[in-house]
Design a protein around this ligand. Structure first.
Ligand code: MRU
Length: 357
């Protein structure tokens, strides 16, 4: 994607010393780039959601390992750094996948080669993420094109949370088909769920789509079902933080309710999923995927900008009320029409076939 007309990735190294990220907690009101210079800063950026979205969390953790090699390269330090990074957020499997891949590459090497190799491998993970998402974009755009032929009018696509460029290294997962189809001239409009409590839809997806000129409308999280009942949604595409081998889809809290409403209204429901998001070791999403419980403050406090341009946080709860904040939910495979992967689109139960052979 582009910033000021120039291609821009959400994460990139400056030499073998610093990694630059976009501080997503400042969007949509300010576009601020932040340097990370050690593994501690990388872990904090993930924990406090300066970077977020499963593929970007993986990329940031990989660069976190590269940053760690500035301080040490012996096995104990690498293991400690890996454990420290893995403890930042529990749900997106990309985090563990990326850190484990870094360990698998680094440990067999002589210590003298580890620093160089770590930066090389983190860059490879980022390049691969871009290629995977572009392939998802192509497959998903074909699906949208076919739907457009069938409907014979501009498409309305609903998405939840942010699974776009900002959630990955580039392109995004759920938004990649939208960007690809839009650039090919397919007329479409996107319903953007605001995605309380962190408002990734309103603050990030809407910002991305506006930047790219894609027609879109932000809706309250609870509006999707109503729009589906009235034929205003042709297809739902979401991203994922972890997908089981059997096609259960774990994604931002509220995704399950959209899937239920889509199922009830015969609206196709797709998850766009690059292979590092698939956890082949598990088959029961409800029981086996750890759901992150985040601070109740994220429910109680809402950030916004006043008409005077001041960024403020306001409390929306009465004094004495408590809040709970499960950050993800699991949509069972039976509610999912298809998984859009870099290898093509498959019914969730048949996803495995795409990766066999
Ligand atoms: O808590 P977040 O903002 O990291 O959650 C992000 C999501 O749930 C995304 O939908 C998911 O990671 C897919 S990202 C391409």
């Amino acid at each position: 994607m582009k910033i000021n007309g120039q291609p821009y990735r959400t994460i990139h190294p400056i030499g073998h010393e610093i990694v630059q990220i976009i501080d997503q907690t400042r969007l949509p009101h300010a576009f601020e780039v932040k340097p990370l210079s050690n593994v501690n800063e990388a872990a904090e950026a993930i924990r406090h959601m300066l970077v977020r979205g499963a593929p970007l969390i993986g990329a940031a953790a990989a660069y976190g390992m590269a940053l760690a090699t500035k301080q040490g390269v012996d096995e104990a330090w690498l293991d400690d750094s890996a454990a420290f990074l893995m403890a930042t957020r529990p749900t997106a499997v990309n985090l563990r996948w990326a850190v484990q891949r870094m360990l698998n590459v680094l440990k067999p090497l002589p210590e003298t080669q580890r620093h160089e190799a770590a930066w090389f491998e983190a860059a490879a993970i980022c390049d691969e993420d871009v290629a995977l998402n572009q392939a998802i974009g192509r497959h998903g755009a074909e699906m949208l094109q076919a739907l457009y032929q069938k409907k014979g009018r501009p498409l309305n696509v609903l998405t939840h949370c942010n699974a776009g460029w900002l959630a990955a290294v580039d392109w995004g997962t759920a938004l990649a088909p939208i960007y690809t189809a839009f650039e090919a001239g397919l007329p479409l409009h996107v319903w953007v769920d605001e995605t309380r409590p962190r408002n990734q839809g309103a603050s990030l997806t809407a910002w991305e789509l506006a930047n790219h000129g894609v027609p879109h409308t932000v809706i309250a999280d609870n509006a999707g079902g109503h729009l589906m009942q009235h034929g205003e949604v042709d297809v739902v595409i979401v991203g994922a933080d972890r997908v089981t081998a059997t096609g259960d889809v774990c994604n931002k809290i509220g995704t399950y309710l959209k899937a239920l409403a889509a199922y009830d209204n015969q609206v196709p429901f797709y998850a766009a999923v690059p292979s590092p998001t698939i956890d082949w070791a598990i088959s029961d999403g409800l029981r086996e995927i750890p759901i992150e419980e985040r601070s109740a403050d994220e429910v109680a406090w809402v950030q916004g900008k006043t008409t005077q341009g001041e960024i403020l946080c306001v409390n929306v709860l009465p004094q004495g009320s408590s809040a709970a904040n499960p950050a993800f939910d699991v949509t069972p495979a039976r509610l999912v029409t298809g998984i859009i992967t870099e290898r093509g689109i498959a019914a969730p139960q048949a996803m495995k076939l795409l990766y066999e052979g």
